[in-house]
Design a binder for this molecule. Structure first.
Ligand code: HEM
Length: 393
């Protein structure tokens, strides 16, 4: 049971407002599924049925949201195209509550219990995250690339100014390429992205990364080996190309963008910067991952960066399965898309005290984290579709 379930989030600029002032989700309508004329488990994904039901008797009609969400997704799409979906949805949660209608067939949810229900590992195929051994085997290569990035940043800074984001991006892309394909693109040495990477990013940035990827030291050698050993294989050239592009996009910009936010947030707090530098200077020059794991402030700053500035805080959409979803007194039938977003959960001041503030010490003692905070912290997603690059990142 989570506090403040099913209620409005405080507005961003009035964090101290009493969140309990409005205990409803803005609707007087009866929230019982029976009143929608839809039985539990009834599938409304069928297009004809949906058109027939229309906005008036839609099973979602009592879920609050902007008036147009009952008729069209055009406004939502406008925000998506403008790259503002996260902020738009966050503002809707603050206005309408934890369950908000976004379009005729999409509902956004920022209720933690529902979050767990939606993302928990089901009984079907379960994807597990990359395990630590990937990191252990590849640590020297990763460190060598990180050191090179720091050298390049220092050289540029000494010559006038350094484009830190550029070097983090080149570093992350080289690391992902090396681990995935067994060979780096050596973009750090070149000092720029290869046209090949430019093309992949342009083609895939708008797509959603959702492919089944196994996580091995060299993913492609395994895939191709499998293809060689079988007469019939599901793995086509196009699939290999798509997987390759997905990995590059999923692993490089996310890591680089998170790192640049970390630098920015720390530089804004000179006191924090000094303490962090002191902690890191006490570590051995080897900087093994074991040693890094035991640097409390460094890890706390990383967690806090992922909380406020993680690079993928947007919608994780899921289709409601046959049994439907009950959330905050609403019943959402099968076929409807429900989405949760870390951006809103991570800024919920009922979960994280002073949630809008970057507090580098917030996670200094992780044993103090409440169960609710642990569930809410989801910069890498959650459940069966959790980021496979989590440990590497
Ligand atoms: C700070 C860095 C990173 C962040 C914040 C991040 C975040 C995420 C999130 C939130 C998801 C879940 C998407 C969903 O549920 O629909 C995801 C999935 C994924 N990530 Fe990451 N990621 C990072 C780094 C990486 C790296 C380094 C790699 C690869 C080397 C990677 C590969 C993937 C892949 C392949 C998926 C898709 C998994 C699936 O569809 O089941 N990510 N990531």
């Amino acid at each position: 049971m989570f506090l403040e379930d099913c209620q409005k989030l405080p507005s961003e600029d009035s964090e101290d407002e009493d969140m309990l002032s409005d205990g409803s989700n803005n609707e007087d309508d009866n929230k019982d599924a029976g009143d929608f004329g839809v039985e539990d488990g009834q599938d409304v994904s069928d297009k004809d049925t949906q058109e027939l039901i229309g906005p008036i008797i839609s099973p979602l009609r009592s879920i609050s949201g902007p008036w147009h969400s009952r008729f069209t997704s055009i406004v939502l799409k406008g925000y998506i195209l403008a790259g503002r979906r996260i902020h738009y949805v966050d503002s809707l949660h603050r206005e309408y509550g934890t369950v908000v209608r976004l379009s005729p067939d999409e509902v956004a949810i920022s209720n933690l219990e529902a979050f767990s229900q939606i993302h928990k590992v089901g009984s079907g195929f379960i994807r597990s995250a990359c395990n630590g051994s990937l990191l252990a085997h590849r640590e020297p290569e990763i460190r060598q690339k990180a050191e090179l990035a720091v050298i390049k940043i220092r050289e540029d800074a000494q010559a006038g100014s350094a484009d830190i984001l550029k070097w983090w991006t080149l570093m992350a892309t080289d690391v992902v390429a090396h681990l995935s394909f067994g060979e780096s693109f050596r973009m750090q040495e070149l000092g720029k992205q290869t046209p090949y990477i430019d093309a992949i990013q342009a083609a895939l940035l708008c797509g959603v990364v959702r492919n089944e990827l196994s996580c091995t030291v060299n993913i492609f050698s395994q895939m191709l080996g499998q293809a060689d050993g079988q007469e019939k294989t599901e793995i086509t050239d196009i699939a290999v190309r798509t997987e390759a592009g997905n990995l590059i996009v999923a692993g490089s910009d996310t890591t680089a963008v998170t790192l640049i936010y970390l630098i920015w947030a720390v530089l804004k707090q000179p006191q924090l910067q000094a303490s962090l530098e002191l902690e890191v200077s006490d570590l051995s020059p080897d900087l093994t991952s074991e040693e890094l794991k035991n640097a409390p402030l460094l890890n706390s700053v990383l967690e806090e960066t992922l909380r406020l500035h993680g690079a993928a805080p947007g919608a994780l959409p899921r289709v409601v399965p046959e049994k439907g979803l009950s959330v905050c007194g609403y019943f959402i039938p099968s076929g409807i898309v429900v989405s949760t977003q870390a951006y809103t959960l991570h800024r919920d001041s009922t979960i994280f005290q002073d949630a809008q503030r970057f507090d580098g010490y917030r996670f200094i003692d992780k044993s103090q984290m409440t169960a609710v905070q642990k569930t809410a912290m989801s910069p890498f997603g959650a459940g069966s579709r959790i980021c496979i690059g989590l440990h590497l990142a």
